[in-house]
Design a protein around this ligand. Structure first.
Ligand SMILES: [Fe+2]
Length: 477
């Protein structure tokens, strides 16, 4: 005898409900139960091959590049010579060109307690052609080293471009896996948006700055070949009055330069760039952001400047997340949220990336800006004009993952998982971009969460709306 159709349907529904509950969908979004051993996140030993200096005494090392102007026609090239200043010169040429150009940089050095840095060179090369591969050489003679990079296409509203997202990287075995997975990702990120906490050198006695050097050598295999857009985190503070080091961000600011002057920034800790079809704003969670602070005033002015007809994608980077449902660092970003979130909604920021929490999480499009003391509206609510908030502090760090989560999962949290990994943001045109989070699953990268982002400016106001484009779900926002 056959099973009555209604009983079969009920059974299917029951099984479906169990599956959803197992995934954690019953409360808010999805809490992934994926677990791998967290092998203490210990740093790789200093004699690891990833830290090996290039051959030759005083050869340039720790090479890294970043965007040098507001539009992508300039690159800042930085490197360290450990023993002597050496040359400040960069020789560079476009692929398929016989013309050799050169630019002169400068070097800085610093002392930190009992550590003296090498000679940290910075050289800006300007007036590059868009969308062109360039070779560059630093050092001379037998110590010279050659690298290359590709400039972005001219800024424009429908220019496709792919960013990598990495945060809280550190120099552990997990860090190495994350970087390797990013390098091997077939999506081919062209520029890394880095959301802070670089080397974790400050966790060593006296903030042993040789771990800043080893980190620079570790990431060189990527940072020498494509720009990393830097954001400062708490592990860049290196403030240690007990050993006479009170100047915040001292090692970081000597080693990593950014184009803050190009965006009228009053500090290298907050700045903006345009790249392809994206306008990227970098904020400092560890600098004052209260009303009338330099950062507050800068951001107020900066958001007014964004032209979504030119750069449809408005992206904000910061270190401390404004929305996170993990117990660790819970609500640390609340003060900045109160100050800046109304602007993010007003100016229709598409996505906010942050790190700090050593895990992954993606929010729904929500805001919490209605509260006025007496109305009781103090819970995050769905808001079509609000950004998606993505925490990607899962690079590898040196402190381990955080796995304790607030329960039940808040409704604003769409997906969360305590694993290591990296992200990619693949901008297709002015309306659509595909974000994917790639979990470190043993020796493989597995796309564990993804989202089609629909541009807030162009989808919501300038194109005919469809239910798919405006409907809130974990698959489309
Ligand atoms: Fe952090």
């Amino acid at each position: 005898m056959g099973v009555p159709a209604f009983r079969l349907g009920f059974s299917v529904l029951l099984v479906f409900a169990f599956v959803l509950c197992d995934l954690g969908v019953c409360n808010g979004g999805i809490t992934s139960r994926f677990v791998r051993d967290d092998d203490a996140s210990s740093d790789m030993p200093l004699d690891s091959d990833v830290f090996r200096p290039p051959p030759g005494k005083n050869a340039p090392q720790q090479v890294h590049i970043t965007q040098g102007d507001s539009e992508g026609k300039s690159v800042i090239i930085s490197w360290v010579t450990p023993d002597k200043p050496g040359s400040n010169r960069v020789v560079y040429w476009a692929e398929n060109s016989d013309t050799r150009n050169h630019a002169e940089g400068y070097f800085v050095s610093y002392k930190y307690f009992n550590y003296t840095s090498g000679y940290i060179h910075h050289c800006t090369i300007n007036d590059l052609e868009y969308d062109t591969k360039y070779f560059y050489v630093i050092g001379f003679g037998s110590l010279s080293r050659r690298f290359w990079f590709t400039t972005p296409p001219k800024v424009g509203p429908d220019v496709p471009y792919t960013f990598g997202l990495i945060g809280d990287l550190g120099q552990t075995h997990h860090s190495n896996r994350t970087l390797t997975h990013y390098e091997l990702n077939p999506t081919k990120g062209q520029t890394v948006l880095f959301v802070g906490d670089l080397s974790y050198a400050d966790r060593y006695p006296f903030h042993d700055n040789t771990r800043w050097d080893s980190w620079g050598r570790f990431v060189e295999r990527s940072t020498a070949y494509q720009p990393w857009i830097w954001t400062a985190g708490n592990h860049e503070l290196d403030s240690a009055p007990e050993i006479g080091e009170s100047e915040p961000f001292k090692p970081y600011l000597h080693r990593y330069r950014v184009p803050h002057n190009a965006s009228d920034g009053s500090s290298p800790l907050w700045y903006s760039i345009k790249r392809a079809s994206a306008y990227i704003i970098v904020l400092s969670s560890y600098s004052s952001f209260v009303k009338s602070s330099p950062q507050y005033k800068w951001l107020a002015n900066e958001l007014e400047k964004v032209n979504r007809d030119e750069t449809p994608w408005l992206i904000v980077l910061m270190h401390t997340p404004m929305y996170s449902s993990y117990v660790h660092h819970y609500m640390e970003g609340e003060s900045m949220r109160v100050v800046f979130e109304p602007w993010f909604v007003k100016y229709k920021v598409d996505v906010v990336f942050a790190g700090h929490v050593h895990a992954y999480e993606r929010s729904e499009r929500i805001s919490n800006i209605e509260y006025n003391v007496v109305n009781g509206l103090c819970s995050p609510a769905y808001n079509i004009e609000a950004p998606v908030y993505i925490t990607i502090g899962d690079g590898g760090n040196s402190e381990g993952l955080v796995s304790e989560m607030t329960e039940p999962q808040p409704k604003y949290s769409a997906y969360r998982e305590a694993s290591y990994g990296h992200g990619t943001l693949d901008i297709k045109n002015r309306t659509h971009a595909y974000f994917a989070w790639h979990r470190n699953q043993d020796e493989y990268a597995v796309e564990a969460d993804s989202l089609w982002l629909h541009n807030r400016e162009w989808i919501s106001t300038k194109l005919p709306q469809s239910s798919e484009m405006t409907h809130l779900s974990s698959a489309a926002a």
